[in-house]
Write a protein that binds this ligand. Structure first.
Ligand code: ZN
Ligand code: ZN
Length: 101
């Protein structure tokens, strides 16, 4: 089956974009039967949005705050800022405390 470059209209911005032979082959190799609905820019933008909000970014290390465990007194780190008067537990004690509830 021979592919030809196709011109499609983006459903987001209405711009025409080329569904190239390579892309068509790629789509077919993936088993996709639908043509792309969006131009590459809008696809990129959508992806960026999906990762930007709500999506958990595994590359960014979570900020950790130093704390002292209220149970065993061991120094630990917690992923939230410890507040005055609120007990903070190390990982071991936290799981104990949680289980005992
Ligand atoms: Zn577009
Ligand atoms: Zn502890």
């Amino acid at each position: 089956m021979a592919f030809k470059d196709k011109t499609l209209e983006c459903s987001d911005c209405g711009n025409e974009f080329t569904f190239s032979v390579e892309d068509q082959e790629f789509f077919q190799s993936k088993g996709y039967t639908n043509e792309p609905k969006r131009c590459p820019e809008c696809r990129q933008a959508r992806k960026a949005r999906q990762y930007g909000n709500g999506g958990y970014d595994y590359r960014a290390p979570r900020q950790m705050f130093p704390a002292v465990c209220a149970d065993c007194g061991k120094e630990t780190e917690v992923p939230f800022e410890p507040r005055q008067g609120r007990p903070v537990y190390c990982r071991d004690c936290y799981s104990k405390v949680r289980l005992s509830r």
